[in-house]
Design a protein around this ligand. Structure first.
Ligand code: P53
Length: 478
């Protein structure tokens, strides 16, 4: 174990998702995805989910930053920063435009051949998420998304095609991006983006969410098994959105409440890692009267398809208290989280907590003892171009520096087994949550605004040279 410094082969890079940057929403036979029917929102208002693509609405993902046509230039910029890896997703709708076809779309497969070849040309290791908020929209309208067991086979077919096609190009995979976001089932966003579920009035949202999550966990476990058969060297991980929920005070009720809230947000990880459901969630379903469709076959599949590592995003932390009368410690993610008075927040209300990253790395290690991979972290902010054309983003550098410091402490002082670090949105792209372009995360500025105006020209921000230095020094020069 290293005493000082990060491992020599540490995977520094950046992360994106196909639907947030590729654009070209109808090129090469691509089908409509859930991201293609979401409009632009604002820091305070959610994106609208429309019934199909409606004339007159603005859909920011349709063009995004046109990475589909400009990926060679963008990859050259990533190489200039010294990226060792690049995390993206495969747009499901480029491979299976509707989702339920039996044969894949060759043109879509060719695009990712070319993209991964471009990575490898620069010695950049591609890290690939299979399902990142871009389910075929046809699977929503015809099947009800992942509330339908049939989706397991559709996903597994997609995964198998990708594993076989890219088995000599891609080693690191993840199955479902931020699968646990849907713990926030009272809002429409996460169930739709995670699972292609569009609730109707009167639906039991919570029950449907647990059922969809189960089908996804089974689909993931099947894919892991098949992937390992196709190439035993594959490293296949889960992907969890880690937002630690702290007790607001040291009142025993608040401590227990935080623990119960954490269980409800993170049991997904237990299933991915241990291959079975923890008792607390089974007891919870019993108390709620939820009878889920879980077969013995499913349980066997879960056991055999456990993940190799935990990929996770980390942006912020939250806090919670026990409300008077809540003696069952029920948790509603949409209403129960409270501000932490000890930390500041971004313009979008995301609470900035670098130590929370060290806490997260330790907590995941204590719970699961698996290698970890920070596949998203970053600071969404407004950037200004100065008169001379440069962009100073000291707030972004500051955010990343403080998080990297804590990440290093977790490795050097605590012995956490960490594979790599890929900050989110290494090039400006469409925000998942709000659809805005002006919630920027990039080291590379893209000239485009929230309404879709702009030349799409790329410019290096000040953070570009800073991050290059970080990678070059393997995290020693911060
Ligand atoms: P945006 C919520 C909480 C934590 C991460 O988010 C989240 C979300 C969903 O908004 O999403 C992840 O773009 C996700 C990315 C996303 C990124 O975080 O809303 O994996 O697709 O872009 C940042 O600022």
């Amino acid at each position: 174990m290293n005493n000082k410094g990060l491992p020599k082969d540490f995977l520094w890079g950046g992360a994106v998702a196909a639907h947030q940057l590729e654009g070209a929403w109808q090129a090469g036979g691509k089908g409509i995805s859930v991201a293609d029917v979401m409009t632009v929102g604002s820091p305070k208002s959610h994106r609208k989910i429309t019934e199909g693509v409606i004339a007159g609405e603005y859909y920011p993902n349709h063009e995004a930053i046109d990475f589909y046509h400009q990926y060679k230039e963008d990859m050259a910029l990533f190489a200039e920063m010294g990226f060792k890896c690049f995390r993206t997703s495969i747009a499901w709708t480029r491979i299976f435009p509707k989702g339920d076809e039996l044969t894949p779309n060759e043109e879509g497969l060719k695009f990712y051949d070319a993209l991964f070849d471009e990575c490898l040309k620069h010695n950049i290791e591609p890290i690939v998420t299979l399902s990142h908020f871009e389910l075929p929209y046809h699977l929503v309208t015809q099947y009800g998304g992942f509330s339908n067991r049939k989706l397991i086979d559709f996903f597994v077919r997609f995964a198998e095609v990708c594993f076989k096609r890219y088995k000599n190009k891609v080693k690191y995979w993840m199955t479902f991006n931020e699968i646990n976001n849907q713990a926030n089932f009272n809002e429409d966003f996460a169930p739709f983006t995670n699972s292609g579920i569009f609730y109707k009035a009167g639906d039991n949202r919570e029950l449907i969410m647990y059922q969809a999550a189960h089908y996804e966990l089974v689909a993931s476990a099947k894919a892991v098994q098949i992937g390992h058969q196709i190439n035993p060297d594959f490293q296949i991980g889960c992907m969890i959105a880690v937002v630690p929920i702290y007790p607001e005070t040291c009142k025993p009720g608040d401590i227990l409440m935080a623990q119960k809230a954490m269980e409800r947000r993170y049991f997904f990880t237990d299933v991915h890692v241990h291959g079975s459901y923890p008792n607390y969630i089974k007891k919870y379903w019993q108390r709620k009267g939820f009878a889920l469709d879980i077969t013995n076959d499913d349980l066997n599949i879960l056991k055999k398809g456990t993940v190799d590592y935990i990929g996770f995003s980390y942006y912020m932390s939250y806090a919670i208290n026990k409300k008077a009368g809540n003696d069952t410690y029920d948790y509603n993610e949409s209403t129960d989280l409270v501000r932490n008075q000890y930390v500041k927040a971004s313009d979008w209300g995301w609470q900035i907590d670098p130590e929370g990253l060290r806490y997260t790395l330790n907590w995941l290690t204590d719970m699961y003892r698996l290698p970890l991979f920070i596949v998203e972290n970053g600071f969404g902010a407004y950037d200004q171009i100065k008169a001379d054309g440069t962009i100073d983003d000291p707030y972004r550098i500051e955010y990343l520096r403080e998080h990297i410091k804590q990440m290093k402490l977790a490795v050097e002082e605590d012995g956490v087994d960490l594979i790599g670090y890929t900050p989110w949105g290494c090039i400006d792209l469409v925000s998942a949550g709000t659809g805005e372009m002006e919630k920027r995360y990039g080291f590379i500025y893209v000239d485009k605004d929230n309404k879709g105006n702009g030349t799409l020209a790329r410019r290096r921000k000040a953070s570009f040279a800073w991050y290059r230095q970080v990678i070059l020094s393997n995290g020693e020069t911060l």
